[in-house]
Design a protein around this ligand. Sequence first.
Ligand SMILES: C[S@@+](CC[C@H](N)C(=O)[O-])C[C@H]1O[C@@H](n2cnc3c(N)ncnc32)[C@H](O)[C@@H]1O
Length: 257
Amino acid sequence: MNEFLRFKYFLNYQWRAKTKYYLHSPFVYQFYLNVLEGGDDEQLLQIHHLRKELHSDNTLVKITDLGTGHDTSKTISAIESKVAVRKKYGRLLYRLVKYFKPHQILELGTSIGLSSSYMAMANEHANITSMEGAGSFIEIAKKNYVTLGIGNVTNLEGNFDVLLPEFLKNQTALGLVFFDGNHKKEATLRYFKLCLEKANAETIFVFDDIYWSKEMNEAWTEIKGNQQITLALDVFQFGICFFRKEKLAKEGFVLRY
Ligand SMILES: C[S@@+](CC[C@H](N)C(=O)[O-])C[C@H]1O[C@@H](n2cnc3c(N)ncnc32)[C@H](O)[C@@H]1O
């Protein structure tokens, strides 16, 4: 990651980001109140309690890099603090699912199951499918689901390139997709286009790390310009896309979070 570039992106975001007092769209204002703002409820506290335990767990987890085929290892503690969604954005995912109640949720990139836990705890009736290439991560994710009493996540192990087209064949519509694996422009756009075929007016796409690199930012620029997207919200870490039919602000919003 280019730290200097990311800092430049961050300053630009800070400059453009609006608070709720400058929002004219009722939909975006409600989004601000219900998703970006709000306190922590019991389920969030449970996840944060588990995160504290994971943070002090120095067990090494071996994974094979899907790109290079090489084995690497990381401690659970490092995965919790450096790879998994940060607490602030975990809260956002949680409130997004709680407020919009998407039924069919797809996640690309399970890791040790933290982002999927936020979504699963937000609505026990949601049906969540989470894909991950590293079997060792899935094993830990499953233990974390048991600790949190989560029973609505199905884990699929393998490469997204193979799993995603197969999975989509059997879907009629996607409620929410969280794109959080393989942060390359070409792959991100390819997964986006595949999922787009199953998007309807209620669908929400969430892209992680839209300012992680020049490539990811180019991917985000192309995504938010797609004709099917009627509203794109930028909260710096995430880009959030809506397909709703009512007239929304196509140019999108940069929101302070
Ligand atoms: C940033 S981590 C996901 C973090 C997780 N969403 C969370 O917040 O707890 C990305 C994950 O995607 C997986 N991944 C990356 N490219 C993949 C691919 N092409 N197929 C399957 N898994 C992949 C990696 O193994 C990694 O665990």
